[in-house]
Ligand binder design. Structure first.
Ligand code: SF4
Length: 340
């Protein structure tokens, strides 16, 4: 090639293309900015599941004016919650395996959509367990991208990746961030004009102990194979009745409508008739008549019963039959112990 270095020919022929994982947090937004600053074409990808809302990523993509690919991740994350090869963080969050799987799934888009590499906003040692050098190494190995995983914010502290070696990415224009301080990121946010970003922690329900209590209960009883039951964890108050029946009570009109909508054949639905009150759903039916009576008592107990000794509750059974009964409202102290 007339003595012209290969990498010069390559960069002159085509602008490098990177696919960046975008949670919506500041670090992932900065990764996009750092790469774009050196003239690379960057698109973003986010992973949708019941545990992780993608609204922040959508807002970030709008702010950055970057194309956002949404990948369905429910099956992946459920399989990792069931069997996390590298264990959990502080709750039911299999972060190391989750990161590796997201990067691996992003890697599938490399060939499909013609990207040169996958990038993340990971910062070395920012999180003691999931972002130390050892964990980053595990993630890289398990993601199996053959050297095409780039961490632009800490790249100068890590081995050069394939896109750097090939000259697609200019290593000299990457960063060497390290540790838990957020100061450099805040300065970069100002530099790049990023105004909107959520706090670094938060966003993933698998890190929240209250939510994980409900998830662990579901796993121990009905299991995690039915995605509908997993998504229902986001709706209403949850109880495990003494006979083993799963019981959900709506907290407001929105929950009530969602529970009606979620009902399937075999489920039992209850609601108050003569006073305002919650909709109660027993997904997968009821373990026995005692639990059904208790569910009706919970329904009436949350109803606006005032001084009434009884409340009329309508029961739509799993086989489609209906009945209405007068029910004594259970005092909340009695059923609060069944709440998850
Ligand atoms: S916090 Fe949640 S979404 Fe993030 S890596 Fe951990 S398990 Fe995955």
């Amino acid at each position: 090639m007339n003595g012209v270095p290969d990498q010069v020919v390559r960069s002159a022929a085509r602008c490098g293309r990177g696919l960046c994982l975008l949670s919506g947090g500041l670090d992932s937004q900065l990764a996009v900015c750092v790469l774009r600053e050196q003239g690379l074409h960057v698109e973003a990808v986010v992973f949708e599941s019941p545990f992780f809302k993608i609204e922040a990523a959508k807002r970030a993509a709008d702010q950055l004016k970057v194309v956002l690919h949404v990948v369905s991740f429910t099956e992946d994350i459920l399989s990792l919650v069931k069997h996390p090869p590298h264990g959990f963080g502080g709750a039911l969050n299999p972060c190391i395996d989750c990161h590796a799987r997201m990067i691996r799934r992003a890697g599938e888009l490399i060939g499909e959509k013609g990207f040169d590499f996958v990038a993340t906003g990971e910062v070395l040692n920012q999180r003691p367990m999931s972002q130390n050098r050892h964990s980053l190494g595990i993630v890289e190995k398990d993601a199996a991208l053959g050297g095409r995983l780039l961490r632009p914010l800490s790249a100068l502290l890590l081995e050069p990746t394939m896109p750097e070696q090939e000259g697609v990415v200019d290593r000299a224009r990457l960063l060497g961030l390290n540790g838990r301080s957020r100061k450099p990121q805040m300065e970069l946010a100002t530099k790049y004009g990023l105004r909107e970003y959520p706090s670094p922690a938060g966003g993933c329900l698998l890190t929240e102990k209250g939510f994980c209590r409900k998830l662990a209960d579901l796993q121990g009883h009905e299991g995690l194979d039915d995605e509908r039951l997993v998504r229902l964890l986001l709706c209403g108050r949850h109880f495990r009745l003494p006979g083993g029946t799963k019981c959900l009570a709506g907290r407001d009109a929105r929950d009530n409508a969602a529970l009606v909508q979620a009902r399937r054949e075999g489920d039992v639905l209850l609601h108050t008739v003569n006073v305002p009150g919650p909709t109660v759903l027993l997904p997968k039916g009821v373990a026995g008549e005692t639990d059904l009576a208790l569910a009706a008592g919970v329904c009436a107990g949350y109803g606006d019963h005032g001084d009434r000794k009884e409340v009329n509750v309508r029961i739509l059974r799993g086989d489609g039959s209906k009945e209405e009964r007068a029910v004594v409202p259970l005092p909340k102290e009695q059923f609060s112990g069944w709440m998850l």
